[in-house]
Design a protein around this ligand. Structure first.
Ligand code: CTP
Ligand SMILES: C[C@](O)(CO)[C@H](O)COP(=O)(O)O
Length: 234
């Protein structure tokens, strides 16, 4: 039945590249934690059956409080993550309700994803088996060797910057994670774990505004973007 899908939101990272004392997922944007902005996107999508939130150890009570305060009723589980993003995702997958057919995995620090792009990613996964949001790269990308010299320049037309959510059949993704765990393989996204098993993963063109808040510049842009949108909606 392709009426609904489960969501795993991963927010168990330390945010070291942000350089803030507070983990970046809890930094305020328009007076609200970044993570809450992200959770609200999925809370407001009717096709979302449940949200499993994966957080850092010690953040349980603050996240329980957020779910109450912001009425995040679709958050069905809050559990602690692992040392790598991949481990956090697998813990979340295993906590989804057993009748979950489709799962979307999303970074807790991508608060600007739109309902339209989330649903487009899911619909493409239903057609193709697996799909990820992405945007064509705008800069020229080069492969650089360890000495700091340019080795090659891939054709830019074939290069996409991959985002989340990433959409899969739950069984396929759990299997791919378990195979990666057995092979001691750690990837930087979930699609890699299916690609390495030979599965096709489709690209869905998303939005350049679906940034992953990673460094201080991202936070500056995010706050500007929110204030601009508020101004336009007055
Ligand atoms: N062990 C980890 C590492 C990352 N994440 C989550 O995965 C998402 C993308 O990771 P990233 O942006 O790299 O977050 P951090 O790992 O916190 O950042 P950094 O690499 O700068 O420490 C974030 O929502 C982060 O909280 C996670 O759940 N568990
Ligand atoms: C999953 C991801 O957001 C796709 O671009 C990215 O790989 C996460 O990388 P991070 O280093 O864990 O932020």
């Amino acid at each position: 039945m392709n009426q609904q899908f489960g969501v795993v939101v991963v927010a168990a990272g330390k945010g070291s590249r942000m350089g803030s004392t507070e983990s970046k997922q809890y930094l305020l944007m328009d007076h609200k934690p970044i993570l809450v902005h992200t959770l609200e996107v999925f809370q407001n999508i009717a096709e979302v059956s449940s949200i499993v939130l994966v957080i850092g150890a010690g953040d349980e009570s603050r996240c329980e409080q957020y779910t109450e305060q912001y009425k995040l009723t679709k958050v069905s589980q809050i559990l602690s993550g692992g040392s790598e993003r991949q481990a956090s995702v697998l813990k979340g997958l295993r906590a989804l309700p057993l009748d979950t057919n489709w799962v979307l995995v999303h970074d807790g620090v991508r608060p600007f994803v739109t309902r339209r792009d989330v649903l487009a990613c899911w619909q493409q996964a239903i057609q193709e088996g697996a799909a990820v949001l992405a945007v064509p790269v705008k800069d020229t990308i080069k492969v650089v060797d360890y000495a700091g010299y340019i080795e090659s320049t891939p054709n830019r037309r074939s290069l996409w910057a991959i985002q989340t959510p990433q959409a899969f059949r739950l069984g396929d993704l759990i299997n791919a994670h378990e195979q990666a765990e057995a092979d001691e393989f750690i990837g930087t996204d979930d699609a890699m774990l299916l690609e390495r098993l030979g599965s096709k993963v489709a690209i869905v063109e998303g939005s350049y505004t679906n940034i992953k808040i990673t460094t201080p510049e991202d936070l500056t842009w995010a706050e500007f973007s929110i204030q601009r949108d508020k101004g336009e909606n007055k």
